[in-house]
Design a protein around this ligand. Structure first.
Ligand code: DGL
Length: 297
């Protein structure tokens, strides 16, 4: 059965009560998890940064591994898939949503925010901010999925952040996502494809290259090798984790430090063992709680 929409579910989710001690959040929302989602394993790059900066927070991760890649699908389909994931995570009583997928952030943000009664953070604005902080020459390369590149979301975010004098060049790199999902993180085939994809971008002499897909930081050592030492690679993970810390502090929703390690949970729509494998490698910790679920209402 489909869950009801945001207007009717959990009417008390954002409820505070004024008491003799001031405002109290009813239902102990500080203990609620942060929901982080992507089409597959890419969002783990954001998850790692959130775990490092906010070690006491509980995370519920969702990777739609049955339907990845999203970056070659139409905006309507991506918005529908994103809405299904958001409904699933809201049922887990998340206190904050992080769209750890540039593709969904580029084309499905209105659908996501319309459904969500909790704050929503996304990776594109965070990536644009990091690139503007890193560039010295104002020449910025962007590599991303076809949907993200065609949406123009990165140049728009850079301009919004005051970088309208920056020169931006983009290239869609659709094959990187399946290579990362396969765990081909340092494979000759990946290197060959990276040389091909990056050549026209590097010919424009960027000093900064935005990894505009959360899968790409998994390939970071290889991409840095191909781009050369003169190019600074930036991704959104650290910046979006900092945004999460700020928003939780501002809304009084930071989890208090506790002795126990938070029990994170991971949900996928296919092949839990693959997420477990890459997750252990990438997050440097075992992932016992990877659950297989199906979506679609
Ligand atoms: N990792 C996602 C992104 O940041 C999506 C990749 C895909 O599914 O194509 O764009």
């Amino acid at each position: 059965m489909c869950p009801p929409d945001a207007a009717t579910r959990n009417p008390g989710t954002r409820h505070r009560e004024f008491t003799s001690q001031g405002w109290l959040f009813v239902g102990n929302e500080t203990q609620h998890p942060i929901g982080i989602f992507d089409s597959g394993v890419g969002g783990l790059t954001v998850t790692r940064a959130v775990m490092e900066l906010l070690p006491h927070e509980r995370i519920v991760y969702f990777g739609d591994t049955a339907r990845v890649p999203y970056g070659v699908k139409s905006p309507g389909t991506i918005s529908r898939y994103a809405s299904e994931i958001v409904r699933f995570l809201l049922e887990k009583d998340v206190k904050l949503l992080i769209v750890a997928c540039n593709t969904m952030a580029a084309v499905a943000l209105p659908a996501i925010t319309a459904l969500s009664p909790v704050p929503v953070l996304e990776v594109i604005d965070a990536g644009a901010k990091s690139a503007l902080a890193a560039t010295r020459t104002g020449r910025i390369g962007i590599i991303a999925t076809p949907s993200t590149v065609h949406s123009g979301a990165y140049p728009a975010a850079i301009a919004r952040r005051g970088g309208d004098a920056a020169l931006t060049v983009s290239r869609a790199c659709p094959l990187f996502v399946p290579l990362a999902e396969e765990g081909f993180l340092d494979h000759p085939a990946t290197r060959l494809i990276a040389r091909e994809y990056l050549a026209p971008v590097l010919a424009e002499n960027p000093d900064t290259l935005i990894l505009g897909c959360t899968h790409y930081p998994l390939l970071r050592p290889l991409l840095q090798d191909v781009a050369g030492p003169g190019v600074t690679l930036v991704d959104s993970a650290t910046a979006v984790a900092a945004d999460a810390a700020r928003v939780l502090a501002e809304t009084g929703l930071l989890t208090a430090p506790d002795e126990a390690r938070p029990a994170h949970a991971f949900f996928v729509t296919d092949a839990p063992d693959r997420l477990r494998g890459i997750g252990e490698l990438f997050l440097g910790r075992p992932l016992p709680d990877v659950h297989l679920v199906s979506l679609g209402c």
